[in-house]
Design a protein around this ligand. Sequence first.
Ligand SMILES: *Cc1c(COP(=O)(O)O)cnc(C)c1O
Length: 467
Amino acid sequence: MTDHQPQPVDAVLARLAQLRAADPPTHGGRVLSYVYDPGRPDLDQLAAEAVRLFLPVNGLDPTTFGSAAVLERDVVAFARDVLHGDGEVVGSVTSGGTESCLLAVKSARDTWRAAGPGRERAHPRLVLATTAHPAFRKAAHYLDLDVVEVAVDPVTGRADAAAMAAELTDDTALVVVSAPSYPFGALDPVAEVAAAAADAGVPCHVDACIGGWVLPWWGDLPPWDLAVPGVTSISADLHKYGYAPKGASVVLYRGRAAHRAQYFATTAWPGYPVVNPTALGSRGVGAMAAAWALLRALGEPGLAGLAGDARRATDAVRAAAGEIAGLHVVGSPVGPLLALAADDGPDSVDPFRLVDALRARGWVAQAQPGLVQPDGSRLPRTAHLTLTAVSAGIADDLAAALSAAADDVRGLPAPLPDPALAERVLTAGLPDELAGVMATLEALPADVVRPLLVEVLASVVDPGPVG
Ligand SMILES: *Cc1c(COP(=O)(O)O)cnc(C)c1O
């Protein structure tokens, strides 16, 4: 944008629409990650109207903007009921799952540091499974905790409760389990880990960022939320299965002290007293207002209905995937997530090639690289599918596309890593077929991959040298 002269408003809006038109479709269920579509234009309209009403409000100071305080209190209370918290459970609305997880870690770190002499500057441990969301690694990176990663069962993808319990030392600030995990949709053994954590005096966080607003209505599940003794905090993203626009999640704590430990407050400047419950200063309230409106309009029956649609879609696609030669669904996923891995043998369907073949057919699945765990076991590369309520209407189309895409690539050799590819991507951008890129990412050492990924993503938004 080198032309800084004013443009006619029509042209400005036309340009925005043109940019959006080139994106993959955010509605209709063909993009199987990133976006969550209730399949209900009326709900989208409600959310948009709520955002419009609250667009100018600053949630930085809920004593000035009392409206923001009312909405947040209501959303926290709703979440607490749904997640089986009692009157001792309180929390905050945040900008998303990453912030909810970051704050849970911050609260646990500060509580751990305050609990003993000599801990003020010490780096406690954060114990997690290899399938835990990277938001926790990011929190550890920002907040100076030492990550202790524990291998999951390579067949089911579930966290190993005994192995996690064995890591709960005195210098552990928090242990994390997922309900379910993003990569495989595995419901971790929440009760076992939480019981071990309670015995060891370690707080236990349930990352229900993706499951928190859909598992409550999924059907028969072992307890996984605040109903479980020993679970001390939980995160649940409203901008996933609450179908709110991006920018809304909830983090809840058992006990007001743990919630208060999340806050930052200072008077050490000549300006207004700063009290920040979350990582942000000025806080947009639009997404929270939309979440509030959706929760009010849907109520529990409405949320249960949307969860039922997602469940029907997931069951149908899972059954169909089970019939496709050369691939299988990993483990026993709980909730609307599926990971597809290759079978061994001549009929094998490589997941990275499957993702490319699906894209060529107009469906966007996510390629997930394999991983060598700390115990040497291997987690397979997979193709990830996130189903939503809208998927119920297109489950048959998706099943047919999966089957056809598998036919396209069945028996082809797995793509090989190509170190020269990195240079080509940096100069020429990403190719249409990503299987080779993903295979290269999977094979290169982490310390080589990280700067490459940063460079590729940074170059996308880099305006270039001034000239
Ligand atoms: C999405 C997700 C997160 C992080 O949430 P963002 O909203 O993307 O920041 C954390 N944990 C799990 C299991 C998730 O699926």
